[in-house]
Design a protein around this ligand. Structure first.
Ligand SMILES: [Zn+2]
Length: 308
């Protein structure tokens, strides 16, 4: 995979500083102090390499669409770049694909959060015996947000092994960013049905539906309108890349305005096939106004996490 590695410093470094300046101009123009990005990926190096291998091989899953990773760099370079962009708080979205892995990931995440003060301490979970105990411990250790990945984990979020976990997180008011839509490829338990069952039992659970629920956008908007604590992250939604695969329905735009205080900037950095600023421009071109952008790009998450 050496041909995929980032180009050495030089023209590339110049390109990055030009990009950072463009990102900063975006939030400065809105009068914001910076951005809060609730959906960025940091995980143990070995796991991240596997994720990148997955995206490298993704063509067949997305009907032949290539997914070149724009920010394939070392961990410290990636955190530096987020800071250059003016991202004041971000997350370390990590997730297990099998049982017995979540606790190990959570241990790594504690350490990452300690050495990365602008990262909101992130934890994860899996339906398995003991999940409630390690989730409780993570909350006690200061986890600010959880990540759950229904497609990669291939589990039913309404599995009774998670019932106590959801109850605990609802009570602690700790948000859970959950990849539960059927994009970029459906899983056995993706889609709004299983999530509706979870929310029926735990209506105060602070679920943040990743990727705006792509491609089942309107079904997840229904859930957000029904449950006050449900939020959506913008991750990859509205970009040229996603509009080609799973266009957001124009008729639903007024609903985004109505939910303006519960939509949160997410980017999927570093695993994105385009520059970071494109996500911001994709939000801007929805033409929902500067007030909406201020909420989405900073204020809503700053309020939710009392951060940044
Ligand atoms: Zn992601």
């Amino acid at each position: 995979m050496s041909d995929h590695h980032m180009a050495p410093a030089g023209p590339d470094a110049v390109g990055r500083s030009v990009e950072a300046a463009e990102v900063r101009r975006f939030w400065q123009g809105l009068g914001l102090p910076g951005l809060v990005d609730v959906h960025t990926h940091f995980m143990p190096e070995r796991v991240l390499r596997k994720v990148w291998d997955y995206f490298d091989a993704l063509g067949p899953l997305t009907g032949g669409v290539e997914w070149p990773i724009t920010y394939r760099a070392e961990e410290d370079e990636r955190t530096v770049l987020l800071r250059e962009f003016g991202v004041r708080a971000f997350t370390a979205m990590l997730y297990p694909h099998k049982p017995g892995m979540a606790q190990w990931l959570n241990g790594w995440a504690v350490d990452f959060a300690r050495r990365t003060p602008d990262c909101l301490h992130t934890s994860t979970l899996f339906p398995e015996p003991g999940a409630e105990a390690y989730v409780r411990r993570a909350v006690e250790e200061g986890a600010r947000v959880f990540k759950a990945h229904v497609q990669v984990g291939a589990y039913d979020p309404a599995d009774e092994l998670l019932d106590g976990v959801w109850g605990l997180l609802a009570e602690a008011q700790v948000p859970v960013v959950i990849h539960c839509g059927s994009g970029p490829a459906p899983g056995k338990h993706t889609g709004p049905g299983p999530i509706a069952r979870v929310l029926a039992r735990h209506p105060r659970l602070r679920l943040v539906v990743a990727h705006m629920g792509m491609p089942e956008y309107e079904d997840f908007l229904d859930l957000a309108e029904r449950y006050d604590e449900v939020r959506l992250d913008t991750t990859m939604a509205f970009t040229d890349f996603s509009e080609r695969l799973a266009p957001f329905p124009r008729r639903a735009l007024p609903r985004l305005a109505g939910l303006g205080d519960r939509i949160l900037l997410g980017s999927d950095f570093p695993n994105i096939p385009y520059p970071y600023v494109h996500q911001l421009r994709a939000l801007e071109r929805l033409e929902l106004g500067d007030g909406w952008l201020r909420g989405v790009c900073h204020d809503n998450a700053a309020r939710l996490f009392a951060a940044a």
